[in-house]
Design a protein around this ligand. Sequence first.
Ligand code: FJE
Ligand code: FE
Length: 296
Amino acid sequence: MDSQLEKPRHIVRKFQARPQHEGVGAVVRRSIGRFELRYFDPFLVLDEFSVAAPAGFPDHPHRGFETVTYMLEGAVKHEDFQGHKGLIKAGDLQWMTAGRGIVHSEMPAGQGVSKGLQLWVNLSSKNKMIEPKYQEIQSKDIASTSKNGVTVRVIAGKSMGIQSPVYTCTPTMYLDFTLKPSSHLKQPIPIGWNAFVYTLEGEGIFGLEKSGPAGAHHLLLLGQGDGLEVWNRSNKVLRFVLIGGEPLGEPVAQLGPFVMNTDEEIDQTVEDFQHFVNGFEKARHWRSEAMVGLEA
Ligand code: FJE
Ligand code: FE
């Protein structure tokens, strides 16, 4: 836990994630993916979403990347065009590799507001057209440990001696930390990876001990180095996620939910989706239950 850092990373840019409308009636605080920060290789989008019925994210496609949905409150019901469906509840994780194609709906379940984080992780050219795959972990099964006032839930990668079972096509770490007042953390991060913090609750000092504190709903981009130091000098709990990934270093061509390397591949994807081929076959006759309900 008290791993020594030789070159701690510092915050190089800080963004406040302000609410904006997305999907149908949903609100997201988008940090990565907004125009000031189009891409932080390999990350395409980070949304802190907040959604209550009848709002949601009805039937839509994805190709060429992964969506990682980590629920904070409430639940999201998902269904896809292959018949894969389920409920992602508070604390649960869905790591969805869209690969060559997924069409699905993501709608809030139950009363009240459902909140969570959705991260889009790009796939390398050799993985963009792989078979779609899900890795789903319930809250009780997420690797977690606590020491000296620091609790970690390991979504991907390893921390404080424990490892997530999630396989990441693009090498990725995703850690959910809670720090009690007066606690301190040193977390190694692989050299060369791009890494950032997204703050959820409370106030923390990140990187440099004498820097000013960062409050909730901020994206902190980290510079290069071998790890991150964090201090909670406040009298409230601090919660944030630390996410890092190995940059792909490839060109990105994006059209909404389709992310490829070239414009030609995007044109091909639009054609595949419109003609229900190359992985989109099952989209021809599929509607989510949510949509069928509206049509009836
Ligand atoms: C999408 C607009 C969207 N953030 N956070 C355009 F809103 C979406 C989309 C989501 C989404 C879904 C959840 Cl459950 C959480 C999200 C965007 O579904 F895919 C496109 N293309
Ligand atoms: Fe989606």
